[in-house]
Design a protein around this ligand. Structure first.
Ligand code: HEC
Ligand code: HEC
Length: 195
């Protein structure tokens, strides 16, 4: 039963201000409460608890939002994330995406790729043009994800899922991954994880 004014002047004011104003929460639950469940897998400190779970701290806002939307719609199929996203409204998804995008990207401590692997990855990037979309140093922007420093196991899994179209929410990425040689993709996965 918080009106906008009540929310602003209540004990939660400090929290509301910390998150950029006096937005009325879409339910009685605060954003901090809503993201609590995510930490169990995506990590208390941004380091996922398993290598096949992607880092979402510091990921691009638009990209996080689109994935939650796609999980909810079933365009991106995943037995774990679909039920989690299914109860979210658009405002929740946007607020959650904003919350995680502002966190620092976690250092997963993965080794740098050896010289010859890095060279192969950079040659592949030169012909496919990954950085044309994923941008300088694979940092991403908007709805294009950051890839630099992502877990190697997750990169491998999701690229395989694009290739088999098990991940069907972006057919263009599937086409591109199918058009790229598996050895080049393996080199890119090792290179990207070590950035
Ligand atoms: C029980 C474990 C678990 C929980 C809890 C969980 N996730 Fe996930 N999440 C996963 C897994 C596993 C994947 C990878 C799915 C795949 O391989 O397609 C994932 C993928 C994602 C992605 C896609 C990231 C990318 O790089 O494509 C986003 C965004 C995401 N989760 C957000 C959340 C949010 C927000 C919450 C809390 C509301 C949450 N997750 C809770 C396990 C979990
Ligand atoms: C034409 C633009 C474009 C090019 C070129 C491109 N990507 Fe992407 N990539 C995207 C977009 C957009 C997404 C997000 C798809 C979605 O919404 O699920 C994406 C998603 C990804 C993901 C999933 C990240 C995650 O967190 O799940 C990986 C991995 C990836 N790209 C790797 C590559 C690699 C490697 C190359 C070069 C061989 C490449 N991409 C080239 C646009 C591009």
């Amino acid at each position: 039963m918080y009106g906008k004014l009540n929310w602003c002047i209540s004990g939660a004011a400090a929290l509301a201000i910390a998150f950029g104003g006096c937005a009325v929460p879409s339910s009685a639950q605060s954003i901090e409460e809503k993201v609590q469940a995510c930490a169990g897998c995506h990590g208390e400190d941004g380091k996922p608890v398993d290598k096949t779970i992607p880092a979402i701290w510091g990921q691009q806002l638009g990209y996080i939002y689109l994935q939650l939307r796609d999980f909810k719609r079933g365009d991106r199929k995943n037995d774990i994330m679909q039920p989690i996203a299914s109860s979210m409204e658009r405002e929740d998804m946007l607020a959650i995406a904003e919350y995680f995008s502002k966190k620092p990207w976690p250092d997963l401590g993965q080794p740098r790729a050896p010289r010859e692997i890095a060279d192969q990855a950079l040659r592949a990037n030169g012909s496919v043009g990954c950085t044309g979309c994923h941008l300088d140093r694979f940092q991403g922007d908007g709805t294009v994800p950051r890839l630099a420093g992502m877990s190697r196991e997750y990169l491998t899994k999701t690229i395989d899922d694009f290739r088999s179209r098990a991940r069907g929410n972006n057919p263009g990425m599937s086409d591109l991954m199918l058009a790229t040689a598996p050895e080049d993709l393996a080199a890119l996965e090792e290179y990207l994880s070590g950035l």
